[in-house]
Design a protein around this ligand. Sequence first.
Ligand SMILES: C[S@@+](CC[C@H](N)C(=O)[O-])C[C@H]1O[C@@H](n2cnc3c(N)ncnc32)[C@H](O)[C@@H]1O
Length: 206
Amino acid sequence: MNTNIINRILQNTRHPKGFWGRMIIYGMNRFHTPLARRGMDMIEWQPGWNVLDVGCGGGANLKRLMKLCPDGKIYGIDASEECVSFSKKHNLRELDMRCFVCLGDVCSLPYPDETFDAVTAFETVYFWTPLDVAFSEIFRVLSPKGYFLISVEACDPGKGRIWTERISGMTIHSPESLEESLRKAGFVNIRKNVKDNEAHIVAWKQ
Ligand SMILES: C[S@@+](CC[C@H](N)C(=O)[O-])C[C@H]1O[C@@H](n2cnc3c(N)ncnc32)[C@H](O)[C@@H]1O
């Protein structure tokens, strides 16, 4: 396959759409599993928590969160219609009972203040602009003592150039720059688990 076509397909990681979008979503649901599990291991989940997964993609993490919080409600939001529809199908049994999925942008979340006990973001902060607005929105919808988990497979801007040169609108943030932005948004007690190019960050709202 020629490079132009590959690059066009890769844009679907930022905004899945159409046939190739669905292929990418299917792959993300499978191949992001180990990363999501390692990230989720950083939090002591409580059965009754209400959780929001931002940039929920194909909804595999919504299903995992429902297992971790069996008495809570799990919400997913994504800027891509293809992802919203995929996530709904993937969680059909619990849909609109314990699992709620909607279309939307992280920079203007359609939820009241202090709604969630935890917010998660797997492989998606690369695409959030402006990042400070996104983090302030997450801070707003979190309850006091709520957690925000970020997991990324790429946190080295240098090594990540192979992706940022191909995927428009993608920025790879270092763990330090993410931490600084989180502090500016008001988060405290920031814990980082960084190994090679992968990072998991948990930030707390006091
Ligand atoms: C690489 S995918 C990751 C999907 C999923 N979290 C996973 O780990 O499989 C990035 C996702 O973030 C979503 N996204 C990108 N920008 C967004 C924004 N501003 N607000 C909400 N979702 C966004 C994309 O539509 C896409 O589903």
